[in-house]
Each structure stands twice: as structure tokens, then as C-alpha cells.
Design a protein around this ligand. Structure first.
Ligand code: ADP
Length: 195
């Protein structure tokens, strides 16, 4: 069992790398962004509230996210090989909650951080905006999301460094080259855990 927190700024390639990891290791993938977008699509009252937050590029409150994660972890299948947490945690408070929740079920996680230069992030997100139709993929919101990332999410680096479960990857390369680095980290971790 290996849980992987895939972190990085918007546009850092979390979704792409998650797909590669799922294919290679047969783990589950939880994208909190996807969960929230599905709620918006359902047209519920909650979805409307979430839409107002996400389209401005802000973070959904921690307590709202906690319910999503708690529910997910409580319903994991017994034979689960692990989960990629894509887009969670995004604040130190979320990181603390996740550690606690995982511990409750005798689990832990490693954190893989996709590091990408800001200019490249912006370019990728503008390109994605042309096809994604996502309300938050426009230049003003992109800039705001990157600022939110620096202010609210980046501090989790310290948290995982302190936990001793932090691994950085240079995400400026091609998807395949980034995956090679990710794979090296996961393989090393799996070997260490099998001992
Ligand atoms: P990206 O990483 O490209 O910004 P995501 O799909 O991961 O895209 O997230 C889109 C938006 O969903 C975020 O900007 C935020 O508003 C909301 N969101 C996703 N995950 C979380 C979270 N863990 N906590 C708070 N808000 C979140």
C-alpha cells in the first residue's frame, strides 16, 4: 500500500502524472478538483457555492474539503493498493487533517512535489484554457491561483519536509521525463517498504 500526495502549482502536471501512476501501479486517483467540478455540474446548492469560489481562483474552505476526504478514506476498498491524492492537501490545516485521517486507518503517505517555473505554468494553463473550457483557466484567474498556491499551499512543503516524507521533482521537462523521476521515487519507496 502506497499513498501518494501529488502536489504542485496549478499547471504543474498533477493530472497527467496521476494518469501515468495509475496505469503503472494500479492505485486509485482522487482529484479534489474533479470532485468539486462534478458537484458544480450536478447543479446542487452546494455546487453553486463551490462554483462561486473556484471560478475566482480561491480555495474551498478546509471544513468542506474535510468531508470529501473523510468520506473517501472511509470507503476505500479493502484491496486498495493506494491512492494518489491530487490537489489535496492545499493548506497546512488540510495536511494535518490528512495525516490524522490516514493514521486512523493505519496508513501514511509520501509527498511528491512537481516543481515548475512560473512562466511555463502560465503558458500551460493558457493553452489548457483554450480546450478545457474551465472558468478558472484565464490569465487573471491563473495569476491569482498561482498567488494562492504560493501563499496557502507552498507552506505544506515545510510540513512534509518535517515529516520526512517530502520528495521534489523537476517538472519543467517533458511528461515522460517527469514520470521517470516520479517512478524512481515510487520504486525506491516500494522497495524500502517491502523490507
Ligand atoms: P489546478 O491544480 O490546475 O488549479 P484543480 O482541478 O486541482 O486544478 O483545482 C481547481 C480548483 O478547485 C482550485 O483552484 C480550488 O478552487 C478548488 N480545490 C481543489 N482542491 C482543493 C482543496 N484541497 N482545497 C480547497 N480548494 C480546492
Amino acid at each position: 500500500m502506497l499513498n501518494i500526495i501529488l502536489s504542485g502549482a496549478p499547471g504543474s502536471g498533477k493530472g497527467t502524472q496521476s494518469g501515468f501512476i495509475v496505469e503503472q501501479y494500479g492505485v486509485q486517483h482522487l482529484s479534489t478538483g474533479d470532485v468539486l467540478r462534478a458537484e458544480i455540474k450536478s447543479g446542487s446548492e452546494l455546487g453553486k457555492k463551490i462554483d462561486a469560489i473556484i471560478s475566482k481562483g480561491n480555495l474551498v474552505p478546509d471544513d468542506m474539503m474535510y468531508g470529501v476526504i473523510e468520506n473517501y478514506i472511509a470507503h476505500l476498498p479493502k484491496d486498495c493498493k493506494g491512492t494518489i491524492f491530487d490537489g489535496y492537501p492545499r493548506t497546512v490545516a488540510q495536511a494535518e487533517s490528512l495525516t490524522e485521517l490516514l493514521r486512523k486507518y493505519n496508513m501514511d503517505a509520501i509527498m511528491i512535489d512537481l516543481m515548475v517555473d512560473e512562466q511555463l505554468l502560465i503558458q500551460r494553463l493558457i493553452d489548457r484554457g483554450k480546450i478545457s473550457g474551465r472558468a478558472d483557466d484565464n490569465l487573471n484567474t491563473i495569476r491569482h491561483r498561482i498567488a494562492v498556491y504560493h501563499n496557502q499551499t507552498e507552506p505544506i512543503t515545510e510540513y512534509y519536509l518535517h515529516e520526512g516524507t517530502y520528495f521534489a521533482v523537476n517538472g519543467n521537462h517533458s511528461m515522460e521525463d517527469v514520470f521517470k523521476q516520479v517512478k524512481r521515487i515510487i520504486d525506491r519507496e516500494l522497495v524500502a517498504r517491502s523490507k
